[in-house]
Design a binder for this molecule. Structure first.
Ligand code: DON
Length: 619
């Protein structure tokens, strides 16, 4: 009994202490990066309740830009586009006009739509460009600089969204106006940007060649005394945004801005041309759909891997038995006070008279379900363009999920080799997610990226545009992991004109046809696992989103065969995972989630991950 009480107390206390610790880190960083007197900036609240509409972006000014458009009568797409343009100004480390993304749109009475404006390999790309003098793959060529830049899709993607799905009640100029306002005042460096600048400053200090090569970015972020700036001038971005407001996509893909972008990329050894920029097209795609515990889950198809991995994991969890998952969830997160032993549970190995044996069972089953899904990501997926196959149907076959579930042992971790198909040889960065729900229940989940922090590190002069390094999301070969340690098959090998596989996972969950949850994250492959865990907190645990985004998360991506856990993960869970044969490693960040839920009475609750410093807006 005493153990039980202690347990419940832990379960109640842990989230609060998590939040306190995160708050402490944030206030510490803010106090380092902001001049005294900016006390208002320290007020940090990552959740709001709203009656009509809400926007959750990972920067407060970006959420406010979206809410401003909703207040003017715009719909969720208008607001998402305004939020994204604002993010291009205030989150230069994470996303922007030099990158790409995915947008998922739900409107009642319309089939859900996915927009793929992912970066694309320039026509002149060849695999051998990424080899060093000895013919070996050189990850540095694909991770930074001119050859790492994919043809950006964000501007065309956002404008396409607006034209095809906007309300028509707000003009393009009105939608871009909040971003232009933000660009015209110096950007106050917040904790996330400060950490990002610091990592660039350290790299440039260690290697003067980096400082010389990425001079434009260095001058923008670091002052002449070598100190990280606390305010960043974004006024050249205002000029670029004005060109887009005036001339639409041509303002970006044609003329002076396009010339500056292409010149900057080619001066650093890249092969992108003006023709690449002019030829880029947004793809409208049919989203993937699945169901779990009475909810419809909608995700992006390839080249996003997020939808397929999330849906395959949910299929395996379902095949593991819904009652068992619910009961195991309650043990790990709530205490066993909610579900008395469900009838199905006695069929399994856990000993119900020994509560201790339940610890970590949910985490274990989740990890064991994610592992084969990530192995499939590595071996079965690539761009879904006509010349690249992606075996999504194979991944989502329920019979396969059942077979995998039957092979999962609740006492032992499966070795990664179980899911090795022999197709591979042996062995936080820059993204931003935003969620919107409007007063009519229309929903947008949108994730955008420049890949690693500040992308390729190329800041095109006079444009404010930082170019992505998304080419690193391709595989150079099947043995070399990318910057996120992901190994991938021939299906995702770099090739001209293709779009690289992505972990970005904008997700919309419906209940009886109405939006229940809009969710997504940043954080490389951890996007998939953090989005999935937030969804499970809401769907399995019936938790509110503000709790869901703040709970400690775990991450497993098949290879490396390691389970990453956040420092605040409960001791009982950790101990039992180790006992089952998982190798654990602590990791501070496991994705940054931005989510909005719609409750049964139609009201909204929005939450921004406290780790990135976002704040929702709404009414
Ligand atoms: O599309 C992808 O999978 C990567 N470009 C995402 C990179 C990322 O999330 C970096 N971190 N925040």
């Amino acid at each position: 009994m005493a153990k039980q009480r202690q347990w419940r107390q832990n379960a109640r206390m842990a989230p609060a202490s998590t939040l306190r610790r995160r708050f402490h880190i944030l206030t510490l960083l803010l106090s380092l990066s902001l001049p005294l007197g900016c006390a208002a900036e320290r007020d940090h609240s990552w959740t709001i309740d709203a009656r009509r509409y809400a926007v959750a972006a990972d920067h407060p000014d970006a959420s406010a830009a979206g809410a401003e458009i909703l207040a003017m009568g715009g719909n969720a797409v208008d607001a998402a586009v305004a939020t994204s343009f604002a993010l291009a100004v205030v989150r230069p480390e994470s996303c922007g006009l030099g990158g790409g993304g995915f947008m998922l749109i739900h409107r009642k009475g319309m089939a859900p739509v996915g927009l793929d404006y992912r970066e694309q390999a320039p026509a002149g790309i060849r695999r051998d460009l990424y080899r060093d003098a000895n013919g070996n793959p050189d990850p540095m060529r694909i991770q930074r600089g001119g050859l790492s830049v994919g043809v950006p899709g964000t501007v065309r993607g956002l404008l396409h969204a607006l034209e095809a799905y906007g309300s028509g009640r707000v003009t393009r100029a009105q939608i871009i106006a909040p971003a232009i306002r933000l660009a015209n005042r110096a950007l106050v460096v917040d904790a996330h940007l400060a950490e990002s600048i610091e990592s660039f400053r350290e790299a440039a200090e260690k290697d003067p060649a980096i400082a010389r090569r990425f001079r434009e970015l260095r001058q923008a972020l670091i002052d002449s005394d070598g100190r990280a700036r606390t305010r960043v001038d974004r006024s050249s971005m205002a000029i670029t945004l004005e060109a887009i407001a005036d001339r639409g996509a041509d303002g970006f893909c044609d003329g002076e801005i396009a010339r500056n972008i292409v010149r900057a990329v080619r001066n650093d050894g890249g092969v992108m041309t003006r023709e690449d920029l002019a030829a880029y097209r947004v793809r409208e795609v049919t989203p993937l759909r699945g169901s779990y515990l009475g909810h419809d889950v909608i995700g992006m198809p390839p080249p996003s891997s997020g939808g397929a991995v999330i849906l395959e994991t949910l299929n395996i969890l379902h095949a593991l038995d819904d009652d068992r998952i619910r009961a195991a969830y309650d043990w790990d997160y709530i205490g066993n006070n909610r579900s008395s032993a469900p009838p199905g549970l006695s069929r399994y190995a856990v000993n119900l008279s020994d509560p201790e044996s339940m610890w970590g069972l949910y985490a274990h089953l989740l990890i064991e379900s994610m592992k084969p899904a990530f192995a499939d990501r590595a071996t079965l997926l690539g761009d879904a363009s006509p010349n690249v196959a992606a075996d999504v149907a194979g991944m989502l076959d329920p019979a396969r999920a059942k077979r995998i579930a039957e092979g999962i042992d609740e006492r032992h971790a499966a070795p990664w080799t179980r899911y090795d198909k022999g197709s591979l040889a042996a062995i936080d960065g820059g993204t931003s997610h935003l969620s919107v729900i409007d007063a009519d229940g229309m929903a947008v989940a949108c994730t955008e990226s420049v890949n690693l922090l500040f992308g390729s590190r190329i800041l095109a002069p006079d444009t404010g545009v930082i170019l992505n390094d998304t080419m690193d999301d391709f595989a150079l070969d099947t043995t070399t992991p990318n910057a996120f340690g992901l190994r991938q098959s021939e299906r995702n090998i770099v090739r001209a004109g293709a779009r690289p596989l992505s972990s970005m996972s904008p997700t919309i969950v419906l209940k009886d046809g109405d939006v229940r949850l809009v969710v997504g994250a940043s954080g490389g492959p951890r996007i998939i696992t953090s989005t999935l865990q937030t969804l499970l907190h809401v769907v399995v645990g019936d938790r509110r989103v503000n709790d869901a985004v703040a709970e400690p998360r775990l991450h497993q991506q098949w290879l490396p065969d390691i389970v990453y856990v956040q420092p605040t993960m409960r001791d009982g869970v950790r101990a039992k995972l180790t006992q089952r044969g998982h190798t654990l490693k602590e990791r501070k960040d496991i994705g940054h989630v931005q989510a909005i839920e719609r409750l049964a009475d139609g009201s909204l609750r929005a939450a921004c991950d406290p780790m990135k410093g976002g704040r929702p807006a709404g009414k």
